[in-house]
Design a protein around this ligand. Structure first.
Ligand SMILES: Nc1nc2c(c(=O)[nH]1)N[C@H]1C(S)=C(S)[C@@H](COP(=O)(O)O)O[C@H]1N2
Ligand SMILES: [Mo]
Length: 491
């Protein structure tokens, strides 16, 4: 008897159930992320009206300023991780689970080939296709393949498993990565292999749908082809004895996994700051490594510019801002302060006198939408060169003259290494015209390797600090403080 014929080794059973747990987290948190912008497109511009799928009843008004946050949907906790309006928490769970799921998958694939178990999974003859068809017909006509059809899998099962493990799973990883601003900025061709961010996002969604269909069919067939026999194999590695015990353990395991979803969702909603801190220990380091390594090399042609560019964050509604706007911001000043050798302020005219750079880039909002625009203004490095941050300065805090969702001034921290990137701009122009109020007039930040919320609009001050933890709620920005987003957002 070959080694492979001796039932199912413990590592296959363990990685299978660990996989159930993390796929569950991934799907639940994925639904949470989708709900933050429940509209899907095949075009990168996300022009309203061009959705191929809209999963919200909210309509986009045409007669007044509409912002992306207005379309976010709350989701029930039984469906999404953790439920409610919780994009920040959903992302923490999605990326933490993705990391664990990929590690578990690697262990499985390495052991699969190291032990020879692969010979039972990977077909080595074309005859598998007609055999799988035959099995499909058997199931569809409500028959049962004979016991001799299982080696240990029936041909249809074998093909489905291979397709999910070596096709669907890598596809989901690749389409997930193609939505990352850091990866797209550094390797524009990679994201465009999938047709750009929105196509990658739509394909990622279809991959999720395929996975859900697989899980339903798989579970149904486990029950249909002999539940206690199959549980024996999945739990104890054999089905010749102790089937009752296997069923009891299997059902308890499923209950435990469901309980884990329930408890983690409940805890994420009652103590989001704790969960944000805890999970960022896991995902923070790889995310920081990604954002710090990536250099934006985008330069799209002006013909690629989006006909309509979505707005997020409403412009200031103060008399002071409206007065400045009427005066073309001639009294606007941006103050540079904190850990710098030369603190000073600049008028808009002084900012315009600095060397100007233009770039046509893709904007990636954390909610899921994107758009292409041309931005013009001095690189932030030009301002750094004039003000000379001290060696102790590690972050530049960009302060906005507008309030955030907690009614305090909007701010975001930017690692100085990112502030030095050649495509990090203090923009005063969009598509060759002065910035409009909704897009951040007179000045807004552009960091082409990060998600949109880091790009503060209506900038009135840049403050250099050694650490952001003493500022406000200590998470590195308004969105991190109020919405539990991550500080380093390359994905
Ligand atoms: N001051 C301020 N800046 C902000 C925001 C905000 O709400 N307030 N929203 C951010 C988010 S979430 C995004 S996606 C971009 C959107 O830029 P846009 O409105 O020009 O498209 O601005 C960012 N800058
Ligand atoms: Mo955003």
């Amino acid at each position: 008897m070959s080694h492979a014929a001796l039932g199912f080794p413990v590592w296959i059973r363990a990685t299978h159930w660990i996989n159930v747990l993390f796929i569950g987290f991934l799907i639940r948190a994925g639904i949470q992320i989708l709900a933050a912008y429940p509209r899907l497109y095949w075009n990168v511009h996300c022009t309203p009206g061009t959705e191929w799928l809209t999963l919200t009843k909210k309509v986009i008004p045409k007669d007044r300023l509409w912002t992306a946050l207005d379309t976010e949907e709350a989701v029930p906790s039984w469906l999404a991780q953790p439920g409610g309006n919780n994009l920040g928490m959903g992302r923490h769970w999605h990326f933490s689970a993705a990391l664990c799921w990929v590690l578990n998958g690697l262990v499985y694939v390495i052991l699969l080939f190291a032990t020879g178990e692969w010979t039972r999974l990977i077909p080595t003859s074309w005859a598998i296709f007609p055999a799988a068809w035959h099995t499909l017909v058997t199931y569809v006509t409500l028959g049962q393949p004979p016991a001799s059809a299982f080696h240990p899998f029936d041909p249809l099962q074998q093909l489905a498993y291979v397709a999910v493990i070596f096709g669907l799973a890598p596809f989901l990883i690749l389409t997930g990565a193609a939505q990352s601003p850091a990866i797209e900025a550094q390797f524009p061709r990679y994201a465009w292999l999938f047709g750009g961010r929105q196509r990658a996002r739509s394909l990622h969604f279809l991959g999720l749908a395929a996975f859900v269909v697989f899980i339903i069919m798989h579970t149904a067939l486990v029950v249909y082809t002999g539940f206690s026999h199959n549980m024996g194999n999945m739990i104890l590695g054999q089905s010749t004895h102790d089937q009752g015990r296997a069923v009891a353990i299997g059902l308890s395991l499923i209950a435990l996994i469901l309980l884990t979803f329930g408890l983690t969702s409940w805890y994420s909603r009652s103590a989001p700051r704790h969960v944000q801190r805890a999970l960022s220990l896991l995902i923070g380091p790889p995310m920081r490594a990604l954002t710090l390594r990536a250099r934006s090399r985008q330069q799209y042609p002006t013909s690629a510019i989006s006909p309509y560019f979505i707005v997020n964050g409403r412009p200031p509604e103060t008399p002071e801002y409206e007065r400045m706007q009427r005066d073309d911001f001639k009294d606007w000043r941006i103050e540079v302060r904190g850990l710098v050798a030369h603190s000073r302020s600049f008028s808009l005219a002084e900012v315009r006198a600095l060397p100007k750079q233009t770039q046509v880039t893709v904007h990636h909002c954390i909610q899921g939408w994107s758009g292409i625009a041309q931005w013009g203004g001095p690189p932030v490095s030009a301002i750094l060169a004039l003000c000379e941050p001290l060696p102790t300065a590690r972050y530049a805090i960009f302060h906005s003259s507008n309030i955030d969702t907690s009614n305090r001034p909007f701010y975001e921290a930017l690692d100085l290494r990112l502030a030095m990137h050649p495509q990090t701009l203090l923009a005063y122009e969009m598509n060759n015209a002065p910035l409009t109020a909704p897009h951040g007039a007179p000045l807004r930040l552009r960091v082409e390797t990060l998600l949109g919320f880091k790009m503060v609009k209506w900038v009135c001050a840049i403050e250099f600090v050694a650490d952001y933890r003493a500022i406000r709620d200590g998470q590195g920005g308004s969105r991190e403080d109020n919405m539990y987003y991550e500080e380093s957002v390359g994905i």
